[in-house]
Design a protein around this ligand. Structure first.
Ligand code: E4P
Length: 217
Protein backbone atom coordinates (compact mmCIF):
# COMPACT_ATOMS: atom_id res chain seq x y z
CA UNK A 1 0.00 0.00 0.00
CA UNK A 2 1.29 3.44 -0.91
CA UNK A 3 1.46 6.11 1.80
CA UNK A 4 0.35 9.64 1.00
CA UNK A 5 0.71 12.29 3.67
CA UNK A 6 -2.37 14.42 4.24
CA UNK A 7 -0.97 17.86 5.04
CA UNK A 8 0.34 21.10 3.56
CA UNK A 9 3.03 21.45 6.26
CA UNK A 10 6.38 21.42 4.46
CA UNK A 11 8.56 20.35 7.40
CA UNK A 12 6.35 17.35 8.19
CA UNK A 13 6.34 16.24 4.54
CA UNK A 14 10.11 16.62 4.32
CA UNK A 15 10.74 14.60 7.48
CA UNK A 16 8.57 11.69 6.35
CA UNK A 17 9.94 11.90 2.81
CA UNK A 18 13.52 11.60 4.09
CA UNK A 19 12.46 8.34 5.80
CA UNK A 20 10.99 6.93 2.59
CA UNK A 21 7.45 7.16 3.97
CA UNK A 22 5.99 9.49 1.34
CA UNK A 23 4.67 8.11 -1.94
CA UNK A 24 2.59 11.23 -2.49
CA UNK A 25 0.78 14.09 -0.76
CA UNK A 26 -2.85 15.16 -0.45
CA UNK A 27 -4.07 18.62 0.42
CA UNK A 28 -7.52 20.16 0.61
CA UNK A 29 -8.76 23.75 1.08
CA UNK A 30 -8.89 23.30 4.88
CA UNK A 31 -5.28 22.08 5.01
CA UNK A 32 -4.15 24.94 2.75
CA UNK A 33 -6.00 27.43 4.97
CA UNK A 34 -4.36 25.89 8.04
CA UNK A 35 -0.91 26.34 6.48
CA UNK A 36 -1.64 30.05 6.04
CA UNK A 37 0.12 30.00 2.67
CA UNK A 38 -0.78 30.73 -0.93
CA UNK A 39 -2.12 27.57 -2.59
CA UNK A 40 0.01 27.83 -5.74
CA UNK A 41 3.18 28.61 -3.81
CA UNK A 42 2.84 25.87 -1.18
CA UNK A 43 1.75 23.28 -3.76
CA UNK A 44 4.79 24.08 -5.91
CA UNK A 45 7.03 23.62 -2.88
CA UNK A 46 5.45 20.25 -2.05
CA UNK A 47 5.94 19.10 -5.66
CA UNK A 48 9.63 19.87 -5.24
CA UNK A 49 9.89 17.44 -2.32
CA UNK A 50 8.22 14.36 -3.79
CA UNK A 51 7.95 12.95 -7.29
CA UNK A 52 4.75 11.15 -6.24
CA UNK A 53 1.28 12.52 -6.95
CA UNK A 54 0.44 15.75 -5.12
CA UNK A 55 -3.29 16.39 -4.87
CA UNK A 56 -4.35 20.04 -5.16
CA UNK A 57 -8.07 20.72 -4.87
CA UNK A 58 -10.16 23.04 -7.02
CA UNK A 59 -12.33 25.60 -5.23
CA UNK A 60 -14.94 26.25 -7.94
CA UNK A 61 -18.33 24.54 -7.97
CA UNK A 62 -19.19 24.68 -11.70
CA UNK A 63 -17.59 22.21 -14.12
CA UNK A 64 -16.11 24.81 -16.51
CA UNK A 65 -14.54 26.73 -13.64
CA UNK A 66 -13.20 23.54 -12.09
CA UNK A 67 -11.63 22.63 -15.43
CA UNK A 68 -10.00 26.05 -15.72
CA UNK A 69 -8.68 25.83 -12.16
CA UNK A 70 -7.54 22.24 -12.75
CA UNK A 71 -5.60 23.27 -15.86
CA UNK A 72 -3.87 26.02 -13.88
CA UNK A 73 -3.03 23.66 -10.99
CA UNK A 74 -1.76 21.01 -13.44
CA UNK A 75 0.76 23.53 -14.81
CA UNK A 76 2.49 23.71 -11.41
CA UNK A 77 4.30 20.39 -11.94
CA UNK A 78 4.01 17.05 -13.76
CA UNK A 79 3.08 15.24 -10.53
CA UNK A 80 -0.06 17.28 -9.77
CA UNK A 81 -3.28 15.31 -9.29
CA UNK A 82 -6.20 17.72 -9.57
CA UNK A 83 -8.70 17.06 -6.82
CA UNK A 84 -12.38 17.56 -7.64
CA UNK A 85 -15.42 16.91 -5.43
CA UNK A 86 -17.74 14.02 -6.12
CA UNK A 87 -20.55 16.09 -7.58
CA UNK A 88 -22.00 15.87 -11.08
CA UNK A 89 -19.95 18.97 -12.00
CA UNK A 90 -16.87 17.35 -10.45
CA UNK A 91 -17.39 14.21 -12.55
CA UNK A 92 -17.59 16.34 -15.71
CA UNK A 93 -14.35 18.08 -14.75
CA UNK A 94 -12.80 14.69 -13.97
CA UNK A 95 -13.63 13.35 -17.43
CA UNK A 96 -12.28 16.41 -19.26
CA UNK A 97 -9.08 16.69 -17.22
CA UNK A 98 -8.44 12.92 -17.35
CA UNK A 99 -8.91 12.93 -21.13
CA UNK A 100 -6.27 15.68 -21.29
CA UNK A 101 -3.83 13.40 -19.48
CA UNK A 102 -4.04 15.04 -16.06
CA UNK A 103 -4.23 12.84 -12.95
CA UNK A 104 -7.53 13.40 -11.15
CA UNK A 105 -8.40 12.58 -7.55
CA UNK A 106 -12.16 12.53 -6.96
CA UNK A 107 -12.72 13.44 -3.34
CA UNK A 108 -15.54 13.42 -0.77
CA UNK A 109 -16.67 9.91 -1.74
CA UNK A 110 -19.11 8.32 0.70
CA UNK A 111 -20.73 5.50 -1.31
CA UNK A 112 -19.91 2.65 -3.67
CA UNK A 113 -22.11 4.21 -6.35
CA UNK A 114 -20.12 7.42 -6.19
CA UNK A 115 -16.92 5.39 -6.57
CA UNK A 116 -18.36 3.61 -9.61
CA UNK A 117 -19.18 6.93 -11.28
CA UNK A 118 -15.69 8.29 -10.60
CA UNK A 119 -14.11 5.21 -12.18
CA UNK A 120 -16.35 5.56 -15.26
CA UNK A 121 -15.30 9.24 -15.51
CA UNK A 122 -11.65 8.15 -15.69
CA UNK A 123 -10.49 9.12 -12.19
CA UNK A 124 -6.90 8.22 -11.32
CA UNK A 125 -7.83 8.13 -7.62
CA UNK A 126 -11.07 7.84 -5.68
CA UNK A 127 -10.98 9.16 -2.12
CA UNK A 128 -13.49 7.47 0.19
CA UNK A 129 -13.56 9.24 3.58
CA UNK A 130 -13.39 6.66 6.36
CA UNK A 131 -13.28 8.89 9.45
CA UNK A 132 -16.20 11.09 8.45
CA UNK A 133 -18.39 8.00 7.94
CA UNK A 134 -17.30 6.60 11.32
CA UNK A 135 -18.15 10.02 12.83
CA UNK A 136 -21.82 9.48 11.95
CA UNK A 137 -21.87 5.85 13.11
CA UNK A 138 -21.49 4.35 9.64
CA UNK A 139 -18.69 1.93 8.75
CA UNK A 140 -15.98 3.68 6.76
CA UNK A 141 -13.88 0.55 6.41
CA UNK A 142 -16.84 -1.37 4.95
CA UNK A 143 -16.94 1.24 2.16
CA UNK A 144 -13.27 0.60 1.32
CA UNK A 145 -14.02 -3.14 1.22
CA UNK A 146 -17.07 -2.68 -1.05
CA UNK A 147 -15.25 -0.41 -3.50
CA UNK A 148 -12.35 -2.90 -3.63
CA UNK A 149 -14.81 -5.68 -4.53
CA UNK A 150 -16.60 -3.64 -7.20
CA UNK A 151 -13.42 -2.31 -8.82
CA UNK A 152 -11.92 -5.82 -8.87
CA UNK A 153 -15.14 -7.30 -10.31
CA UNK A 154 -14.80 -5.10 -13.38
CA UNK A 155 -11.08 -4.40 -13.57
CA UNK A 156 -11.37 -0.64 -12.99
CA UNK A 157 -7.92 0.91 -12.82
CA UNK A 158 -8.93 3.83 -10.58
CA UNK A 159 -6.85 3.59 -7.42
CA UNK A 160 -8.59 3.47 -4.05
CA UNK A 161 -7.06 6.28 -1.98
CA UNK A 162 -8.42 5.74 1.53
CA UNK A 163 -8.82 9.17 3.14
CA UNK A 164 -10.02 10.78 6.36
CA UNK A 165 -7.81 8.36 8.25
CA UNK A 166 -7.77 9.04 11.97
CA UNK A 167 -5.81 6.17 13.54
CA UNK A 168 -3.00 3.69 13.03
CA UNK A 169 -5.62 0.91 13.05
CA UNK A 170 -7.25 2.53 10.02
CA UNK A 171 -3.91 2.18 8.21
CA UNK A 172 -3.50 -1.54 8.92
CA UNK A 173 -7.17 -2.23 8.13
CA UNK A 174 -6.82 -0.46 4.78
CA UNK A 175 -3.70 -2.49 3.99
CA UNK A 176 -5.50 -5.75 4.85
CA UNK A 177 -8.44 -4.87 2.60
CA UNK A 178 -6.14 -3.89 -0.26
CA UNK A 179 -6.59 -0.13 -0.58
CA UNK A 180 -4.07 1.03 -3.17
CA UNK A 181 -3.15 4.12 -1.17
CA UNK A 182 -3.89 5.50 2.28
CA UNK A 183 -3.49 9.18 3.02
CA UNK A 184 -2.98 10.10 6.64
CA UNK A 185 -1.84 13.06 8.74
CA UNK A 186 1.83 12.88 9.81
CA UNK A 187 0.93 12.09 13.45
CA UNK A 188 -1.04 8.99 12.38
CA UNK A 189 1.85 7.73 10.24
CA UNK A 190 4.21 8.24 13.19
CA UNK A 191 1.77 6.52 15.58
CA UNK A 192 2.10 3.34 13.49
CA UNK A 193 5.51 2.85 15.14
CA UNK A 194 4.05 2.70 18.64
CA UNK A 195 3.53 -0.48 20.65
CA UNK A 196 3.29 -0.75 24.41
CA UNK A 197 5.38 -3.93 24.42
CA UNK A 198 8.14 -2.14 22.47
CA UNK A 199 8.22 0.59 25.15
CA UNK A 200 8.13 -1.99 27.95
CA UNK A 201 10.82 -4.16 26.34
CA UNK A 202 13.08 -1.18 25.74
CA UNK A 203 12.69 0.01 29.34
CA UNK A 204 13.79 -3.46 30.50
CA UNK A 205 16.81 -3.47 28.19
CA UNK A 206 17.81 0.04 29.33
CA UNK A 207 17.61 -1.00 32.99
CA UNK A 208 20.04 -3.84 32.24
CA UNK A 209 22.30 -1.51 30.24
CA UNK A 210 22.54 0.73 33.31
CA UNK A 211 23.04 -2.16 35.72
CA UNK A 212 25.79 -3.80 33.67
CA UNK A 213 27.36 -0.53 32.50
CA UNK A 214 27.18 -1.62 28.85
CA UNK A 215 28.82 0.87 26.46
CA UNK A 216 29.30 0.76 22.72
CA UNK A 217 30.79 4.17 21.95
C1 E4P B 1 -7.87 13.63 1.94
O1 E4P B 1 -7.71 13.78 0.76
C2 E4P B 1 -8.78 14.44 2.74
O2 E4P B 1 -8.51 15.76 2.46
C3 E4P B 1 -8.62 14.19 4.21
O3 E4P B 1 -8.18 12.87 4.42
C4 E4P B 1 -9.83 14.54 5.02
O4 E4P B 1 -9.63 14.13 6.35
P1 E4P B 1 -10.55 14.62 7.55
O5 E4P B 1 -11.90 13.99 7.39
O6 E4P B 1 -9.87 14.14 8.79
O7 E4P B 1 -10.63 16.12 7.44
Amino acid sequence: MKFFVDTAEIDAIQELHDLGMVDGVTTNPSLIAKSGRDILEVTREICGITNGPVSAEVVALEADDMIAEGRKLAKIADNIAVKVPLTWAGLKACKTLSDEGTMVNVTLCFSTNQALLAAKAGATFISPFIGRLDDINLDGMELIEDIRTVYDNYGFETQILAASIRSANHMSDCAKIGADVATAPPNVIKAMANHILTDKGLAGFMADVKKAGIKIL
